[in-house]
Design a protein around this ligand. Structure first.
Ligand code: HEC
Ligand code: HEC
Ligand code: HEC
Ligand code: HEC
Ligand code: HEC
Ligand code: HEC
Ligand code: HEC
Ligand code: HEC
Length: 461
């Protein structure tokens, strides 16, 4: 392919606006100039120059990215790959527009709107392989296997579209006209199921078109999903000393350090989410599989080891993974500090499992066995919702507060609420058993209209 030099001048438009003022006021600060002068294929030059005019924000983001520095162009990611069905057919019409830069037929190439982990894997195979085995990438399979809202159809399709699937990801589909089904797109959920068979969306943490390593190292990259009553990791982090230090010192943190070189105690004083869960540290390698370094599965009703989580058993040994996490801590803390912390976390898990969860579960089973609760549907009786909140909300908060150093979440939002819920649940259950009265079954559980059919792209039969 013929190569051509080109110059990209970010801020040219701004310079034009500010130009006259600057000419009159020579002491005014200049707008930063930005130039890349090297070879790219003419078709890629067309993307850049036309989009510089038509979508300047996208151009500016890309121009500031390390990709632009390394000559990775629009074409490298958006070019249609064999098997791609998401071709942007309407895009061809821009090549017949004389009012647009490079709007000529000779530059025409087919492009895809969706850029998937498979597209990134051409240059980033390790990140993609690690990601593809993570719970992030496989969450659609997991939620369809275990979630009562989906499996019992207890919420509406739109409640899922505006809620669940924005975080977990959609199953992207093509509609009857060959266009991407707008009900499934755009979406940047961690487990998006793509048309090329790959899973996930790298933009969940590296937003386009900066694709920045620095952004992904900040807690803000995780907090759009890891928040709220059932998984308040960002609130927990905010409460912890590590979070306090992040806010006090983040201006001194060197978030831009090259991959694999971000050094605990040198580039940052206290870890962020990525620092503990993903970034390389000491002898521990960087990973794009967030299940690594975990020794408990605390989102589950009964806490189990990650390898015992039936819906998606991790291929890991919990002790090896715990040692990796401890190695991360060891970059800044001594062994007794770390071991004492883990002892408290393990004890919180044990107490939650034995003192609260198991007796509550046994009571629920007893009520079902006696026919006082009806098992046909979940969530249509008050005790079922109470039990759900016991493990799904406050029970998780208690364990998660203990495991990430947030006393308010461990106690006031956690074990205190667990106790309160437990006492109420037991009182009401006792009342049913004493009177032999059946629990009220809601005939009108609102908007329980969601489809219970599992997506074929994930469950072929
Ligand atoms: C002659 C102008 C022109 C050229 C050359 C051009 N584009 Fe576009 N492109 C546009 C315009 C205009 C839009 C629509 C923007 C909008 O909707 O506001 C667009 C839209 C897109 C979209 C979104 C499509 C969708 O359906 O969501 C992508 C992705 C894209 N361009 C990538 C590229 C790539 C990659 C190249 C180079 C191979 C390229 N463009 C070359 C003008 C151009
Ligand atoms: C490193 C890969 C990569 C490069 C390089 C890249 N893109 Fe993209 N682009 C993406 C991803 C990822 C998305 C989001 C689509 C998705 O989630 O699948 C996207 C989305 C878009 C969209 C649709 C977004 C919208 O808001 O409408 C346009 C238009 C686009 N890119 C144009 C460009 C242009 C122009 C360039 C070059 C200046 C470029 N892209 C370079 C990966 C890339
Ligand atoms: C054609 C090859 C190519 C493709 C395709 C590609 N990248 Fe890259 N990427 C690179 C190169 C080369 C670098 C290193 C640039 C540098 O450090 O100067 C890089 C760097 C990065 C970085 C580190 C940026 C930083 O701030 O240090 C991230 C994150 C990244 N890419 C994500 C992605 C994602 C996500 C995709 C797919 C949407 C993708 N890349 C597609 C070649 C590619
Ligand atoms: C704000 C983003 C967000 C929304 C909205 C959301 N989730 Fe989640 N979900 C998460 C996160 C984050 C986790 C992981 C929590 C953890 O590991 O602590 C999770 C965990 C889960 C799990 C447990 C998976 C496991 O491995 O045990 C299921 C099941 C689930 N969600 C289903 C749903 C369903 C169904 C909906 C909608 C009714 C929904 N979620 C809405 C972010 C979200
Ligand atoms: C777009 C939403 C989203 C973003 C952004 C996100 N996550 Fe998640 N995360 C999820 C969901 C959903 C799950 C639950 C997956 C499951 O178990 O089905 C999850 C699960 C996890 C888990 C638990 C894995 C396990 O085996 O139980 C960890 C740890 C995690 N995420 C860390 C992070 C970190 C660190 C970041 C930021 C660097 C991040 N996540 C960004 C949605 C997100
Ligand atoms: C859950 C958040 C998250 C998601 C999703 C994610 N990344 Fe990353 N990525 C990170 C973090 C955090 C780092 C920084 C690691 C470090 O500190 O060196 C990173 C670093 C990178 C780097 C730089 C690696 C290096 O050593 O220079 C590349 C390349 C990259 N990611 C590509 C991808 C690709 C490709 C995908 C999709 C398959 C992806 N990422 C999805 C969080 C994420
Ligand atoms: C100081 C290190 C540290 C920081 C900072 C940190 N975590 Fe954690 N995280 C842990 C430890 C330790 C565990 C428990 C590991 C185990 O299971 O042994 C954990 C567990 C988790 C889990 C697993 C929940 C489950 O399913 O069992 C998620 C999700 C998570 N963290 C997300 C985050 C997010 C998001 C952030 C930032 C807002 C964050 N973490 C910050 C150390 C940290
Ligand atoms: C980059 C360095 C760094 C890493 C890595 C790190 N910490 Fe810390 N941590 C600190 C600093 C600094 C403090 C604040 C000490 C103080 O209060 O003076 C702290 C405080 C704590 C505290 C005290 C909280 C409180 O409320 O007083 C605990 C517990 C803790 N860390 C546990 C851990 C665990 C467990 C890990 C690994 C999963 C870890 N830390 C990883 C730097 C780090």
């Amino acid at each position: 392919m013929r190569k051509m030099p080109f110059a990209v001048c970010l801020g040219a438009a701004l310079l034009m606006i500010a130009g006259s003022a600057a000419a009159e006021q020579p002491n005014f600060a200049k707008v930063k100039e930005y130039r890349i002068e090297r070879s790219v294929p003419p078709e890629a030059q067309a993307c850049i120059e036309c989009h510089r005019a038509t979508t300047p924000g996208i151009f500016a983001d890309w121009a500031k990215s390390r990709h632009a520095n390394a000559n990775i162009t629009c074409l490298d990611c958006h070019l249609v790959q064999p098997g791609d069905v998401d071709i942007a057919k309407d895009h061809e019409k821009y090549y017949g527009r004389s009012d647009l830069p490079y709007g000529e037929d000779q530059y025409k190439v087919p492009i895809a709107s969706i850029v998937t982990p498979k597209d990134c894997s051409r240059c980033h195979p390790d990140e993609t392989t690690q990601y593809s085995r993570s719970k992030h990438a496989n969450t659609i399979e997991i939620v369809w296997k275990i979630d009562p809202w989906l499996n019992d159809g207890m919420n509406s399709d739109n409640e899922r579209k505006t809620g669940c699937f924005n975080c977990h990801g959609t199953v992207i589909a093509i509609d009857a006209d060959g266009n991407i089904d707008p009900a499934t797109w755009p979406n940047a959920g961690v487990g998006r199921v793509n048309l090329d068979g790959s899973k996930g969306s790298c933009t969940s943490c590296h937003t386009r078109h900066r694709f920045s390593i620095a952004e992904a190292r900040m807690p803000e990259a995780c907090d759009q999903c890891h928040l709220g009553p059932d998984h308040p990791q960002i609130e927990i982090f905010e409460e912890s000393k590590h979070g306090t230090m992040y806010h006090a010192y983040k201006d001194e943190y060197n978030f831009d350090a090259a991959g694999g070189t971000w050094t605990a105690g040198v580039d940052y004083r206290a870890p962020t989410c990525a620092g503990c869960h993903m970034s390389g540290s000491g002898k521990v390698f960087t990973t794009h599989d967030v299940t690594e370094r975990l020794s408990w599965e605390t989102q589950a009703p009964l806490t189990v080891r990650p390898s015992e989580f039936a819906a998606f058993p991790a291929q890991t040994d919990w002790q090896t993974e715990r040692n990796k996490m401890k190695d991360v801590c060891r970059q800044c803390h001594g062994d007794s500090w770390i071991n004492d912390f883990y002892a408290g976390f393990d004890k919180a898990v044990e107490e939650y499992n034995e003192i609260y969860y198991k007796p509550a579960r046994a009571m629920m089973d007893d009520l079902y066995a006696k026919g006082l609760l009806d098992k046909t549907k979940y969530f249509d009786e008050r005790l079922e919702l109470e039990f759900y909140e016991l493990w799904h909300h406050e029970g998780r908060r208690a364990r998660m507060g203990a495991m990430m150093m947030a006393p308010d979440y461990s106690w006031w939002h956690g074990f205190y609420e667990v106790k309160f819920r437990f006492a109420n649940l037991m009182e009401e259950a006792g009342h049913l058993i004493e009177t032999g009265e059946k629990a009220y079954v809601a005939k009108d559980f609102p908007n329980a209209t969601g489809s219970t059919e599992r997506p074929k792209a994930v469950f072929p039969q």
